[in-house]
Design a binder for this molecule. Structure first.
Ligand code: NI
Length: 169
């Protein structure tokens, strides 16, 4: 296993539409393991494969309320409900946070690392992370979703301590 380098804007891979995974073979399994290790090494709760230079539809999420890492291959959002404002950051846009509108509840489906079809019903941080990471697979960053440029702020050192809901995903 290895900690991979996380690409940051304006790396072009972040803007590509990632490809569907056809077979979860050894190379994809290795990618998943390395992504989990990279995520645990980083100050974030989620990572999409394009962020480590693989333009494939794979995401990993690690949130405090879930004991195990969530791995989704070829993930899709199947349903959303409600709206809320989130203070969001991204490991590929270091040093900034922005205000974006996300769904209150999200249902997503995809395959786990073992190739089994799974469905996740989420709210809170997990719902936000699912939307954020699946956006990455479509070349979309949260900074594209701001209502106006003044919704983007430079992260102050105090934000890291004070604002529990400010996370980089
Ligand atoms: Ni991100």
């Amino acid at each position: 296993m290895a900690v991979l380098q996380i690409l940051t804007v304006p790396d072009p891979v972040l803007r590509q539409k990632a490809k569907q995974v056809k077979v979860i073979g050894p190379s994809v399994k290795k990618l998943i393991k390395n992504m989990c290790e990279t995520l645990h090494d980083a100050p974030g709760v989620g990572l999409a494969a394009p962020q480590v230079g693989s333009s494939l539809r794979v995401i990993v999420i690690s949130v405090p309320e879930e004991e195990e890492d969530i791995v989704l291959v070829n993930p899709e959002i199947v349903k959303t409900k409600g709206e809320r404002i989130c203070q969001e950051g991204c490991l590929s846009v270091p040093g900034y946070i922005g205000e974006v509108i996300r769904a209150e509840k999200v249902t997503a489906k995809g395959k786990n690392a073992g190739g089994k079809e799974i469905r996740i019903r989420a709210e809170g941080l997990l719902a936000e992370a699912l939307e954020h990471e699946i956006d990455h697979l479509n070349g979309v960053l949260y900074i594209d979703k701001l209502d106006s440029p003044d919704k983007l702020h430079k992260l102050q050192p105090s934000d890291m301590v004070d604002e529990e809901d400010t996370v980089e995903i």
